[in-house]
Design a protein around this ligand. Structure first.
Ligand SMILES: C[S@@+](CC[C@H](N)C(=O)[O-])C[C@H]1O[C@@H](n2cnc3c(N)ncnc32)[C@H](O)[C@@H]1O
Length: 209
């Protein structure tokens, strides 16, 4: 899928379907919040949600007093929907409309979170572009929390093929410089009651070798 058709796909999803009409909707992203806390997040930690879409993760982080939050997504409609939901406090968040494979990070982050965005990158060059940007954006000692469909999870999401991972295959994909420190299997129940198997993995950014 090229960059334009990818963007078109996601804009269409977010302009034609309500928040709870997408399989990935979560009222409270409890496991993400738990893993962000375990990563040692402090109120002034720089946290970015990559492929955050219209997720409520940012609402919960704002209400818990985090002050340096960024949400990046390909879809401007998804970010607009999250912004309007949050209201005035949305001004405290940095919103970046970008394709992560083309993104040029202008600063570094303590925590990079991604739930169900990386797994849409099924081509080697896109995966490498993402990892290069993660490497640049995450400070040494910082944490990357990446959730993908597990090997026994769905083959597709939103009509698109995904790459599924367990913790070891994701660690191998990320390569040197990312130390696996926590791994969880997770069952997500969609708004219509089906169960999707996810894998959440946390990596600590080690110094470049
Ligand atoms: C399944 S949704 C998950 C959204 C959110 N992380 C959540 O948990 O609710 C995948 C998200 O990844 C975004 N996405 C897909 N490919 C992307 C890319 N190349 N760059 C940035 N965002 C992307 C989509 O727009 C969409 O919001």
């Amino acid at each position: 899928m090229n960059d334009l058709s990818r963007q078109h796909h996601w804009e269409k999803v977010y302009t034609t379907r309500g928040e709870s009409e997408v399989s990935w909707f979560q009222e409270t992203p409890a496991l993400s919040l738990e893993l962000i806390a375990l990563a040692g997040a402090m109120p002034n930690s720089a946290i970015i949600d990559i492929g955050g879409g219209a997720s409520r993760l940012v609402d919960h982080l704002v209400s818990r007093g985090f002050q340096d939050l960024t949400v990046l997504d390909l879809s401007a409609a998804a970010l607009a929907s999250a912004r309007s939901r949050i209201g005035a406090k949305a001004d405290r968040v940095t919103w970046i409309t970008a394709d992560v494979t083309l993104w040029q990070p202008s600063r570094s982050y303590d925590i990079c979170h991604d739930r169900a965005a990386f797994h849409f990158l099924t081509e080697r060059n896109d995966q490498a572009a993402y990892i290069a940007r993660l490497r640049r954006a995450l400070r040494v000692g910082g944490h990357a929390i990446i959730a993908t469909f597990a090997p026994d999870g769905p083959e597709r999401c939103s009509g698109l093929m995904v790459s599924r991972y367990d913790a070891d295959s994701l660690a191998a994909q990320l390569g040197a410089g990312f130390e696996l420190i926590d791994t969880r299997r997770h069952e997500h129940t969609t708004p219509w009651g089906s169960v999707q198997k996810f894998q959440f993995s946390t990596f600590r950014r080690a110094a470049d070798v």
